[in-house]
Design a protein around this ligand. Structure first.
Ligand code: 6GP
Length: 817
């Protein structure tokens, strides 16, 4: 039969290519190779296949001469490439079969892939989902970012505390990347700006940087799902212009001979492990400018290759700023156009402000980036001049429109005058962009009404909402093959690229036979996670218990400690009433804390202390188990999302911009307990109120309570169970008698409680009781689970990317039919 013959051919050629790479690329025989070496040979094999599509894509884009989307992001949290690329190529089964003829197991080889940890959390993972959708929808796009030598730290747990270890993901090379030496650029820092007369007698500013580094691009192919499209992710590495100083070496200054190399390479050495809070000021600003300057020079180069005049730059490029990290690009494009390409101010501004779009990802005031003026002046003196001039013109304009409202001018200025003078990057991003968006309905509303209200009044049309999404290829098909298989069998495969098709599952939600299969599938996935938990933590958990998961960065606003307080309250109830039975639950936590964020680290310790108490008390009789999975990552997420019954999305209302974990859980059939925050609101709307467990204060109620003088101690005094828990934390009951350990947490909760845990505790506990009852009612729970998956179509990143293409980037997407 021809089809089988074809399949046979694919296997044979994969097998031959693999053996070839093992010998010629890795230098090993099959018998004496390690699984890591086998992984590397296999990665090269698959990369070769992807590269063939890459070449055709480049040609087809050139012929179509379309506008290119340029996605500028300081983070790309990609996750493993190998299984994803195989899935996109439709070769997973052939590859598995080819390896088994050699006595090798695909899964054992695939787990060898070191995960590139080039992001902190939501923002970086969103960029990766967007790259997947852009390629799948065949949109010409380049992702630009930084090739950090050390990515996000590896998290180890010692005695319940987080310990950070260096992530050496490049230690054994990276088979997925290709250095592109033909597109290196120089990037300057510091120095002076002088006024010089040019050949035509014009007086103009000339920036003479004090230091220059070279940016070298490394390209990773990003394949689309079952298309021939492969887009480019171009990450920049910093190198010295001259990496070795022979003169210094000759005079015996051996350290001096390599100093420039060291200083330059520091710029892309390490990812800042902070989510939502700026830190490491100077180097971080250097990093931001570095990758943006390289990327814009690269875009101008490509524009030249396409033989286009530069005043058409905005017609051929749409540049998206993933938060403010790349927003220095606005001043840099102005500089390149004026100082290098002889544009006048108006001409340069016309191009610049039509080029950029800005996505905001957080409302937390401490996360809005500002750079102190002296630092900015020292590193980027010419850019500061340009920013001052943008600001002068902008404020002149606003003063006329708002009739000298000084207070408003002070708020809108690109320069903050309160405390140390600073450049406000969000203001620059809004003023210099054609479009500004938030990442969920509530978030956009709060941007418009509060955080960026003055700008919204001035430019209402510039603002829009683009609710986030996640790629169903990685977050359902790849991570949950059993459930994906059941769905394929039931409704076909169109949902892979048209996620709304999942609605077809609704008709099975009342079909007991189907629900049994659904539950059986989920049980098997939970059993796999249970095995992983046992092998990594030594804790035995029961796959028949409810898997209740909260995996995300550790932050006070995300309120992992509210979850912990609730577990302690269940524990206290079990202790107080012998014989009390409750729905057995396994609480699963995972996430990293920024190394400098003390309270987040204490929350990790708290979770471990709760686990110690609960898991080891015979009175609990296995009804409750608590596990913390160390070193949360994309790969670990791929294990947890499919195995969860209940998803905890319990942030203080108004604080989580969107959340994307909630979408991954929903797609995999978990039911959510959550507040009216971020994308929860839209998830509940889609899933139906009866399929979502809602609790807690709303964003306006939180605001009112805060303004009205919130007194957390009143809540503590009114609720005896809460009091017992907090007293226990205070008197050492949950910390082997150590009274000091949780004192900072307790005093914060009782005296400040900025994230309103105590105000929401009662409502959370009540709804959790209802969750327990619902889980006990299998047909009800099964129905809720199926309906959550069936109604998750909106949260595909394909939908999000279509909206960006239509409303902001003005580029067509390819229809697949
Ligand atoms: C995150 C937001 O916290 C999260 O709610 C959102 O889903 C995600 O971005 C994607 O939009 N923000 C960040 O990770 C961040 O670093 C500056 O914001």
């Amino acid at each position: 039969m021809p089809v089988e013959k074809q399949a046979g051919e694919a296997q044979t050629s994969i097998r031959a290519a693999f053996l070839n790479h093992l010998t010629h690329t890795i230098g090993r025989t099959l018998e004496n190779s390690t699984p890591l070496e086998q992984y590397r040979a296999l990665a090269h094999t698959v990369r070769d296949l992807v590269m063939e599509h890459w070449i055709t894509t480049v040609n087809s884009y050139r012929d179509r001469d379309l506008r290119i989307v340029s996605y500028l992001s300081a983070e790309f949290l990609l996750g493993p490439h190998l299984p994803n690329n195989l899935q996109n190529l439709g070769l997973t089964q052939d590859c598995t079969a080819a390896l088994s003829t050699l006595g090798l197991n695909f899964s054992e080889i695939a787990v060898q892939e070191p995960e590139p940890g080039l992001g902190n959390g939501g923002l970086g993972r969103l960029a990766a989902c967007f790259m997947d959708s852009l390629a799948t929808l065949q949109v010409p796009a380049i992702g630009y970012g930084i090739r950090y030598e050390f990515g996000m730290f590896r998290q180890e747990i010692r005695d319940g505390w987080q310990v950070e270890r260096t992530d050496k993901w490049l230690q054994f090379g990276n088979p997925w990347e290709i250095p592109a030496s033909d597109a290196c650029f120089s990037v300057g820092y510091g120095g002076t700006v002088e006024m010089v007369t040019d050949e035509s007698g014009r007086l103009r500013p000339l920036w003479k940087p004090g230091q220059c580094v070279r940016g070298v691009p490394y390209d990773t192919p990003i394949s689309g799902y079952q298309t021939n499209t492969v887009n480019r992710l171009r990450l920049w590495k910093a190198e010295a212009i001259e990496s070795f100083d022979f003169q210094a070496f000759d005079t015996g200054d051996y350290m001096g001979a390599v100093r420039e190399k060291l200083v330059s390479e520091t710029i892309t050495k390490v990812l800042y492990p902070s989510d939502d809070t700026p830190e490491g000021k100077r180097l971080r600003l250097q990093q931001q400018y570095f990758f943006v300057a390289c990327s814009l020079q690269d875009m101008i180069r490509i524009h030249g290759v396409r033989q286009r005049p530069l005043n058409e730059f905005h017609l051929k490029w749409s540049v998206q700023l993933n938060d403010t990290h790349p927003s220095i690009g606005i001043a840099e494009l102005m500089r390149l156009l004026m100082d290098v390409h002889d544009f006048g101010w108006d001409e340069a501004w016309e191009v610049t402000h039509k080029t950029f779009g800005y996505t905001n990802h957080t409302l937390l005031p401490e996360a809005l980036e500002r750079w102190s003026l002296p630092l900015f002046a020292e590193l980027l003196p010419r850019h500061l001049q340009i920013i001052f001039e943008i600001n002068r013109r902008f404020l002149d304009d606003m003063r006329q429109r708002f009739l000298n409202d000084d207070e408003k001018m002070r708020r809108m200025s690109l320069i903050g005058e309160e405390g140390e003078r600073s450049v406000r990057m969000a203001n620059l991003a809004v003023v210099g962009s054609k479009a500004v968006n938030g990442v969920a309905e509530l978030h956009t509303e709060l941007l418009e009404e509060e955080t960026l209200h003055d700008f919204y009044e001035a430019f209402p049309k510039r603002f829009s909402n683009k609710t986030n999404g996640v790629t169903p290829r990685r977050w359902l098909m790849l991570c949950n093959p059993a459930l994906a298989g059941l769905i394929n069998e039931s409704i076909g495969t169109k949902w892979h690229t048209e996620l709304d098709e999942l609605r077809g599952l609704e008709k099975f939600a009342g079909d007991q036979g189907f629900l049994d299969r659904w539950e059986k599938t989920q049980h098997a996935t939970k059993a796999e996670l249970a095995k992983y938990i046992q092998s990594t933590t030594g804790i035995a958990v029961d796959p028949a218990s409810m898997f209740d998961a909260q995996v995300k960065r550790i932050h006070e606003y995300k309120r992992q400690h509210l979850n912990a307080l609730h577990i302690l309250s269940l524990y206290c109830q079990i202790k107080a009433q012998s014989g009390l039975t409750m729905t057995p639950r396994t609480f699963i936590f995972g996430g990293k804390a920024a190394p400098s964020y003390k309270m987040a680290k204490l929350i990790i310790k708290l979770i471990h202390s709760v686990a110690d108490v609960v898991n080891n008390d015979p009175d609990v009789r296995g009804q409750l188990k608590v596990v913390f999975l160390a070193d949360y990552s994309v790969s670990l997420g791929q294990r947890v999302y499919p195995a969860a019954d209940l998803a905890e999305q319990i942030s203080t209302a108004g604080k989580e911009a969107s959340g994307t974990g909630c979408m991954k859980f929903q797609m995999n059939g978990a039911v959510t307990i959550g507040t009216l925050d971020g994308a929860n609101i839209e998830i509940r709307k889609e899933a139906g109120e009866e399929n979502f467990f809602l609790f807690g204060l709303t964003a306006p109620q939180i605001g009112d309570l805060q303004r009205g003088g919130y007194r957390p101690r009143d809540f503590y005094e009114r609720n005896p169970l809460l009091r017992e828990v907090i007293d226990g934390l205070q008197n050492g009951r949950f910390s082997n008698g150590d009274r000091a350990l949780f004192a900072p947490l307790v005093s914060d909760l009782l005296d400040r409680d900025s994230y309103m845990l105590l105000a929401d505790f009662d409502s959370y506990s009540t709804v959790q009781e209802e969750v327990g009852r619902a889980y006990g009612d299998s047909p009800r729970w099964g129905r809720m689970s199926v309906l959550n998956t069936a109604r998750s179509g909106k949260f595909s990143s394909d939908r999000t990317i279509r909206e960006y293409c239509r409303d902001i980037w003005d580029v067509p997407v390819m229809s697949r039919t």
